[in-house]
Design a protein around this ligand. Structure first.
Ligand code: NAP
Length: 316
Protein backbone atom coordinates (compact mmCIF):
# COMPACT_ATOMS: atom_id res chain seq x y z
CA UNK A 1 0.00 0.00 0.00
CA UNK A 2 1.55 3.31 -1.01
CA UNK A 3 1.86 5.93 1.74
CA UNK A 4 2.48 9.66 1.92
CA UNK A 5 6.11 8.88 2.83
CA UNK A 6 6.64 7.51 -0.71
CA UNK A 7 6.05 10.96 -2.23
CA UNK A 8 8.29 14.03 -2.21
CA UNK A 9 7.38 17.62 -3.09
CA UNK A 10 10.09 19.49 -4.97
CA UNK A 11 10.25 23.22 -5.79
CA UNK A 12 11.54 24.34 -9.19
CA UNK A 13 11.57 27.60 -11.12
CA UNK A 14 8.81 27.99 -13.70
CA UNK A 15 10.59 27.02 -16.95
CA UNK A 16 11.31 29.49 -19.75
CA UNK A 17 9.98 28.29 -23.10
CA UNK A 18 11.91 28.07 -26.34
CA UNK A 19 10.93 27.97 -29.98
CA UNK A 20 7.90 25.69 -30.63
CA UNK A 21 7.18 25.31 -26.91
CA UNK A 22 4.25 26.12 -24.59
CA UNK A 23 4.01 27.06 -20.94
CA UNK A 24 1.18 25.16 -19.28
CA UNK A 25 -0.62 25.78 -16.00
CA UNK A 26 -2.22 22.66 -14.53
CA UNK A 27 -5.94 22.88 -13.77
CA UNK A 28 -7.06 19.27 -13.14
CA UNK A 29 -5.15 16.02 -12.61
CA UNK A 30 -6.59 12.53 -13.03
CA UNK A 31 -5.43 10.00 -10.42
CA UNK A 32 -5.88 6.39 -11.53
CA UNK A 33 -5.30 2.86 -10.22
CA UNK A 34 -2.97 1.95 -13.12
CA UNK A 35 -0.38 4.41 -11.77
CA UNK A 36 0.26 1.87 -8.99
CA UNK A 37 1.54 -0.59 -11.60
CA UNK A 38 3.95 2.03 -12.90
CA UNK A 39 5.30 2.41 -9.34
CA UNK A 40 6.22 -1.27 -9.30
CA UNK A 41 8.48 -2.98 -11.77
CA UNK A 42 5.83 -3.87 -14.30
CA UNK A 43 5.23 -2.37 -17.73
CA UNK A 44 6.88 1.02 -18.40
CA UNK A 45 7.62 1.95 -14.75
CA UNK A 46 8.17 5.43 -13.32
CA UNK A 47 11.77 6.18 -12.37
CA UNK A 48 12.20 6.89 -8.67
CA UNK A 49 12.80 10.63 -8.27
CA UNK A 50 11.06 11.61 -11.53
CA UNK A 51 7.73 13.43 -11.50
CA UNK A 52 4.67 11.19 -11.75
CA UNK A 53 2.59 11.75 -14.87
CA UNK A 54 -1.05 11.06 -15.72
CA UNK A 55 -3.87 12.65 -17.72
CA UNK A 56 -3.91 16.39 -16.97
CA UNK A 57 -6.01 19.33 -18.17
CA UNK A 58 -3.97 22.54 -18.46
CA UNK A 59 -4.31 26.10 -19.66
CA UNK A 60 -1.81 27.48 -22.15
CA UNK A 61 -0.20 30.51 -20.48
CA UNK A 62 2.36 31.28 -23.22
CA UNK A 63 2.81 29.80 -26.67
CA UNK A 64 5.66 29.76 -29.18
CA UNK A 65 3.86 26.96 -31.04
CA UNK A 66 1.67 27.81 -34.03
CA UNK A 67 -0.83 25.07 -33.16
CA UNK A 68 -1.74 26.53 -29.75
CA UNK A 69 -2.72 29.99 -28.47
CA UNK A 70 -2.57 31.58 -25.06
CA UNK A 71 -5.79 30.64 -23.24
CA UNK A 72 -6.28 27.28 -25.01
CA UNK A 73 -7.29 24.39 -22.76
CA UNK A 74 -5.43 21.16 -23.49
CA UNK A 75 -5.42 17.56 -22.24
CA UNK A 76 -2.56 15.10 -22.33
CA UNK A 77 -0.25 12.86 -20.33
CA UNK A 78 1.68 15.47 -18.34
CA UNK A 79 3.72 15.64 -15.16
CA UNK A 80 2.28 16.26 -11.72
CA UNK A 81 3.59 19.84 -11.72
CA UNK A 82 1.81 23.16 -11.22
CA UNK A 83 3.57 24.64 -14.28
CA UNK A 84 5.49 22.88 -17.02
CA UNK A 85 6.58 23.34 -20.57
CA UNK A 86 5.67 21.14 -23.52
CA UNK A 87 6.43 20.98 -27.23
CA UNK A 88 2.72 20.28 -27.86
CA UNK A 89 3.22 16.66 -28.84
CA UNK A 90 0.37 14.42 -27.60
CA UNK A 91 -1.75 17.38 -26.46
CA UNK A 92 -5.38 17.64 -27.55
CA UNK A 93 -7.40 20.86 -27.35
CA UNK A 94 -10.51 20.64 -25.17
CA UNK A 95 -13.68 22.50 -26.09
CA UNK A 96 -15.04 23.85 -22.80
CA UNK A 97 -18.41 24.45 -24.51
CA UNK A 98 -18.88 20.74 -25.36
CA UNK A 99 -19.10 19.37 -21.81
CA UNK A 100 -17.80 20.24 -18.34
CA UNK A 101 -13.98 20.18 -18.47
CA UNK A 102 -13.56 17.38 -15.94
CA UNK A 103 -15.76 15.08 -18.05
CA UNK A 104 -12.76 14.72 -20.38
CA UNK A 105 -10.88 12.98 -17.54
CA UNK A 106 -13.80 10.62 -16.81
CA UNK A 107 -16.92 9.80 -18.74
CA UNK A 108 -15.57 11.28 -22.02
CA UNK A 109 -12.00 10.24 -21.25
CA UNK A 110 -10.11 7.03 -20.55
CA UNK A 111 -12.51 5.59 -17.98
CA UNK A 112 -15.69 6.18 -20.01
CA UNK A 113 -14.03 4.79 -23.14
CA UNK A 114 -12.86 1.75 -21.15
CA UNK A 115 -16.41 1.04 -20.04
CA UNK A 116 -17.78 1.55 -23.55
CA UNK A 117 -15.33 -0.53 -25.60
CA UNK A 118 -14.80 -3.35 -23.10
CA UNK A 119 -18.50 -3.84 -22.56
CA UNK A 120 -19.67 -3.45 -26.14
CA UNK A 121 -16.81 -5.26 -27.91
CA UNK A 122 -15.83 -7.95 -25.40
CA UNK A 123 -18.98 -8.21 -23.26
CA UNK A 124 -21.30 -8.12 -26.31
CA UNK A 125 -24.42 -7.53 -24.18
CA UNK A 126 -27.78 -8.80 -25.37
CA UNK A 127 -31.17 -7.74 -24.08
CA UNK A 128 -32.35 -9.80 -21.13
CA UNK A 129 -28.87 -10.97 -20.08
CA UNK A 130 -27.45 -10.53 -16.58
CA UNK A 131 -24.41 -8.28 -16.29
CA UNK A 132 -22.35 -8.09 -13.08
CA UNK A 133 -19.94 -5.16 -12.64
CA UNK A 134 -17.32 -4.99 -9.87
CA UNK A 135 -15.94 -1.64 -8.75
CA UNK A 136 -19.44 -0.52 -9.70
CA UNK A 137 -19.42 2.93 -8.04
CA UNK A 138 -16.07 3.85 -9.60
CA UNK A 139 -15.24 5.74 -12.76
CA UNK A 140 -15.25 2.75 -15.13
CA UNK A 141 -17.83 0.61 -13.31
CA UNK A 142 -20.53 3.27 -12.95
CA UNK A 143 -20.47 3.91 -16.71
CA UNK A 144 -20.25 0.20 -17.64
CA UNK A 145 -23.37 -0.53 -15.58
CA UNK A 146 -25.37 2.25 -17.24
CA UNK A 147 -24.32 1.11 -20.72
CA UNK A 148 -25.46 -2.38 -19.75
CA UNK A 149 -28.87 -0.94 -18.88
CA UNK A 150 -29.05 0.88 -22.23
CA UNK A 151 -28.33 -2.49 -23.91
CA UNK A 152 -31.25 -4.06 -22.05
CA UNK A 153 -29.35 -6.09 -19.44
CA UNK A 154 -30.28 -6.74 -15.83
CA UNK A 155 -27.32 -5.12 -14.03
CA UNK A 156 -25.87 -6.00 -10.63
CA UNK A 157 -23.03 -3.96 -9.10
CA UNK A 158 -20.48 -4.93 -6.45
CA UNK A 159 -19.23 -2.10 -4.19
CA UNK A 160 -17.48 -1.56 -0.84
CA UNK A 161 -20.08 0.37 1.22
CA UNK A 162 -23.85 0.53 1.73
CA UNK A 163 -23.76 4.20 0.60
CA UNK A 164 -22.26 3.14 -2.73
CA UNK A 165 -24.83 0.35 -2.99
CA UNK A 166 -27.60 2.97 -2.67
CA UNK A 167 -25.79 5.28 -5.11
CA UNK A 168 -25.50 2.75 -7.94
CA UNK A 169 -29.20 1.90 -7.70
CA UNK A 170 -30.47 5.45 -7.24
CA UNK A 171 -28.16 7.39 -9.59
CA UNK A 172 -26.80 4.83 -12.04
CA UNK A 173 -29.95 2.65 -12.48
CA UNK A 174 -28.38 -0.66 -11.40
CA UNK A 175 -31.04 -3.24 -10.58
CA UNK A 176 -29.21 -4.66 -7.57
CA UNK A 177 -26.11 -3.99 -5.49
CA UNK A 178 -23.89 -6.08 -3.22
CA UNK A 179 -21.61 -4.58 -0.55
CA UNK A 180 -18.70 -7.04 -0.64
CA UNK A 181 -17.66 -6.02 2.88
CA UNK A 182 -21.07 -7.04 4.23
CA UNK A 183 -21.37 -10.51 2.69
CA UNK A 184 -19.42 -13.48 4.08
CA UNK A 185 -19.73 -15.59 0.92
CA UNK A 186 -19.58 -13.80 -2.46
CA UNK A 187 -20.44 -16.94 -4.46
CA UNK A 188 -23.66 -17.34 -2.52
CA UNK A 189 -24.44 -13.59 -2.59
CA UNK A 190 -24.18 -13.55 -6.39
CA UNK A 191 -26.29 -16.70 -6.70
CA UNK A 192 -29.00 -15.02 -4.60
CA UNK A 193 -29.23 -11.80 -6.64
CA UNK A 194 -28.57 -13.51 -10.01
CA UNK A 195 -30.97 -16.51 -9.97
CA UNK A 196 -30.58 -16.91 -13.75
CA UNK A 197 -26.76 -16.91 -13.49
CA UNK A 198 -24.31 -14.36 -14.91
CA UNK A 199 -23.87 -13.82 -18.67
CA UNK A 200 -21.30 -11.00 -18.56
CA UNK A 201 -18.87 -10.13 -15.78
CA UNK A 202 -17.17 -6.73 -16.17
CA UNK A 203 -14.24 -7.17 -13.81
CA UNK A 204 -12.48 -4.15 -12.32
CA UNK A 205 -11.20 -5.67 -9.07
CA UNK A 206 -10.11 -9.35 -9.38
CA UNK A 207 -9.34 -11.37 -6.23
CA UNK A 208 -11.91 -13.16 -4.09
CA UNK A 209 -14.77 -10.98 -5.36
CA UNK A 210 -14.14 -12.25 -8.88
CA UNK A 211 -13.76 -15.85 -7.66
CA UNK A 212 -17.32 -15.60 -6.36
CA UNK A 213 -18.69 -14.17 -9.60
CA UNK A 214 -16.83 -16.58 -11.88
CA UNK A 215 -18.40 -19.51 -10.02
CA UNK A 216 -21.83 -18.24 -11.14
CA UNK A 217 -21.13 -17.76 -14.85
CA UNK A 218 -23.50 -19.28 -17.40
CA UNK A 219 -22.40 -21.22 -20.48
CA UNK A 220 -20.88 -18.90 -23.12
CA UNK A 221 -20.44 -16.06 -20.61
CA UNK A 222 -18.07 -13.21 -21.46
CA UNK A 223 -15.64 -11.61 -19.00
CA UNK A 224 -13.98 -8.33 -20.04
CA UNK A 225 -11.09 -8.01 -17.55
CA UNK A 226 -10.51 -4.31 -17.06
CA UNK A 227 -8.34 -4.43 -13.97
CA UNK A 228 -7.59 -6.16 -10.68
CA UNK A 229 -7.24 -3.35 -8.16
CA UNK A 230 -7.61 -5.75 -5.21
CA UNK A 231 -4.21 -7.22 -6.15
CA UNK A 232 -2.30 -4.06 -7.16
CA UNK A 233 -0.58 -3.73 -3.76
CA UNK A 234 0.18 -7.45 -3.35
CA UNK A 235 3.85 -8.40 -3.42
CA UNK A 236 2.78 -11.85 -4.64
CA UNK A 237 -0.51 -12.70 -6.32
CA UNK A 238 -2.40 -15.08 -4.01
CA UNK A 239 -3.60 -18.38 -5.45
CA UNK A 240 -7.30 -18.61 -6.22
CA UNK A 241 -9.49 -21.36 -7.60
CA UNK A 242 -8.32 -22.91 -10.88
CA UNK A 243 -10.81 -21.61 -13.45
CA UNK A 244 -9.52 -23.28 -16.60
CA UNK A 245 -11.81 -26.37 -16.36
CA UNK A 246 -14.71 -23.92 -16.00
CA UNK A 247 -13.49 -22.03 -19.08
CA UNK A 248 -13.58 -25.27 -21.07
CA UNK A 249 -16.89 -26.80 -20.16
CA UNK A 250 -18.78 -23.49 -19.93
CA UNK A 251 -17.11 -22.17 -23.15
CA UNK A 252 -16.16 -18.92 -21.40
CA UNK A 253 -14.51 -15.93 -23.03
CA UNK A 254 -12.22 -14.19 -20.51
CA UNK A 255 -10.40 -11.35 -22.23
CA UNK A 256 -8.07 -8.67 -20.95
CA UNK A 257 -7.37 -5.45 -22.84
CA UNK A 258 -5.64 -2.11 -22.57
CA UNK A 259 -7.76 0.84 -23.58
CA UNK A 260 -4.96 1.95 -25.92
CA UNK A 261 -5.92 -1.09 -28.07
CA UNK A 262 -9.03 0.88 -29.09
CA UNK A 263 -7.21 4.19 -29.79
CA UNK A 264 -8.23 4.29 -33.45
CA UNK A 265 -11.90 4.26 -32.37
CA UNK A 266 -11.76 6.83 -29.54
CA UNK A 267 -13.68 9.44 -31.58
CA UNK A 268 -16.50 6.94 -32.15
CA UNK A 269 -16.62 6.08 -28.43
CA UNK A 270 -16.50 9.70 -27.27
CA UNK A 271 -19.26 10.65 -29.71
CA UNK A 272 -21.52 7.85 -28.45
CA UNK A 273 -20.87 8.67 -24.79
CA UNK A 274 -21.54 12.39 -25.40
CA UNK A 275 -24.80 11.53 -27.18
CA UNK A 276 -25.98 9.37 -24.26
CA UNK A 277 -24.92 12.09 -21.83
CA UNK A 278 -26.86 14.78 -23.72
CA UNK A 279 -29.90 12.49 -24.00
CA UNK A 280 -29.82 11.91 -20.24
CA UNK A 281 -29.26 8.16 -20.73
CA UNK A 282 -26.05 8.17 -18.70
CA UNK A 283 -24.83 10.33 -15.86
CA UNK A 284 -21.62 10.43 -13.85
CA UNK A 285 -20.11 11.20 -10.45
CA UNK A 286 -16.82 12.83 -9.62
CA UNK A 287 -14.88 13.09 -6.40
CA UNK A 288 -12.89 16.30 -6.69
CA UNK A 289 -10.11 16.93 -4.17
CA UNK A 290 -8.72 20.46 -3.99
CA UNK A 291 -5.03 21.31 -3.94
CA UNK A 292 -1.80 20.10 -5.51
CA UNK A 293 -0.56 19.06 -2.05
CA UNK A 294 -3.40 16.54 -1.85
CA UNK A 295 -2.41 14.59 -5.01
CA UNK A 296 -0.74 11.71 -3.11
CA UNK A 297 -3.67 11.36 -0.71
CA UNK A 298 -6.17 11.39 -3.57
CA UNK A 299 -4.23 8.62 -5.33
CA UNK A 300 -3.95 6.55 -2.13
CA UNK A 301 -7.69 7.09 -1.60
CA UNK A 302 -8.44 4.95 -4.66
CA UNK A 303 -7.21 1.92 -2.72
CA UNK A 304 -9.31 2.90 0.28
CA UNK A 305 -12.52 3.33 -1.71
CA UNK A 306 -12.68 7.07 -0.97
CA UNK A 307 -14.07 7.98 -4.41
CA UNK A 308 -17.50 7.87 -5.99
CA UNK A 309 -17.02 8.00 -9.75
CA UNK A 310 -13.90 9.65 -11.15
CA UNK A 311 -11.24 10.77 -8.68
CA UNK A 312 -9.80 14.14 -9.79
CA UNK A 313 -7.54 16.74 -8.16
CA UNK A 314 -8.28 20.40 -8.86
CA UNK A 315 -5.44 22.86 -8.51
CA UNK A 316 -6.47 26.05 -6.78
P1 NAP B 1 -12.29 3.54 -9.55
O1 NAP B 1 -13.17 2.35 -9.64
O2 NAP B 1 -12.88 4.88 -9.79
O3 NAP B 1 -11.56 3.59 -8.12
C1 NAP B 1 -11.07 2.46 -7.51
C2 NAP B 1 -12.17 1.73 -6.68
O4 NAP B 1 -11.75 0.39 -6.51
C3 NAP B 1 -12.31 2.26 -5.27
O5 NAP B 1 -13.18 3.36 -5.18
C4 NAP B 1 -12.82 1.05 -4.51
O6 NAP B 1 -14.25 1.01 -4.50
C5 NAP B 1 -12.34 -0.14 -5.36
N1 NAP B 1 -11.34 -0.90 -4.61
C6 NAP B 1 -10.17 -0.45 -4.08
N2 NAP B 1 -9.52 -1.45 -3.46
C7 NAP B 1 -10.31 -2.55 -3.60
C8 NAP B 1 -10.18 -3.91 -3.16
N3 NAP B 1 -9.10 -4.33 -2.47
N4 NAP B 1 -11.17 -4.78 -3.48
C9 NAP B 1 -12.26 -4.36 -4.18
N5 NAP B 1 -12.43 -3.11 -4.61
C10 NAP B 1 -11.46 -2.22 -4.33
O7 NAP B 1 -11.08 3.32 -10.56
P2 NAP B 1 -11.22 3.26 -12.16
O8 NAP B 1 -10.34 4.30 -12.72
O9 NAP B 1 -12.66 3.23 -12.53
O10 NAP B 1 -10.57 1.85 -12.49
C11 NAP B 1 -11.30 0.65 -12.24
C12 NAP B 1 -10.47 -0.53 -12.73
O11 NAP B 1 -10.33 -0.43 -14.14
C13 NAP B 1 -9.06 -0.58 -12.15
O12 NAP B 1 -8.72 -1.92 -11.91
C14 NAP B 1 -8.22 0.01 -13.26
O13 NAP B 1 -6.88 -0.42 -13.20
C15 NAP B 1 -8.96 -0.52 -14.48
N6 NAP B 1 -8.76 0.23 -15.72
C16 NAP B 1 -8.27 -0.48 -16.77
C17 NAP B 1 -8.10 0.12 -18.00
C18 NAP B 1 -7.57 -0.71 -19.13
O14 NAP B 1 -7.12 -0.15 -20.14
N7 NAP B 1 -7.60 -2.04 -19.02
C19 NAP B 1 -8.40 1.49 -18.15
C20 NAP B 1 -8.92 2.19 -17.06
C21 NAP B 1 -9.10 1.54 -15.84
P3 NAP B 1 -15.08 0.26 -3.31
O15 NAP B 1 -15.32 1.29 -2.25
O16 NAP B 1 -16.31 -0.18 -4.02
O17 NAP B 1 -14.21 -0.86 -2.81
Amino acid sequence: MPGIQNFKFVEEFIPAIGSGELLLKTLYVSVDPYLRGKMATTHDPFEIGDAISSKVISEVLESNNENFCKGDLVIGYLDWKEYQKSNGSGLMKVDPGGAPLTAYLGVLGVTGLTAYFALSDIGQPRSGETLVVSGAAGAVGSIAGQIGKIMGCRVVGIVGTDEKKDLIKRKFSFDEGINYRAVPDMKRAIATVCPAGVDIYFDNVGGEISDGVLANLNDNARVPVSGAISNYNDMEIPNGPRVLPLVVYKRLLIRGFLIADFASRFDEGRKQLLTWLNEGKITYSETIINGFDNLPQAFIGLFEGRNEGKMIVRLL
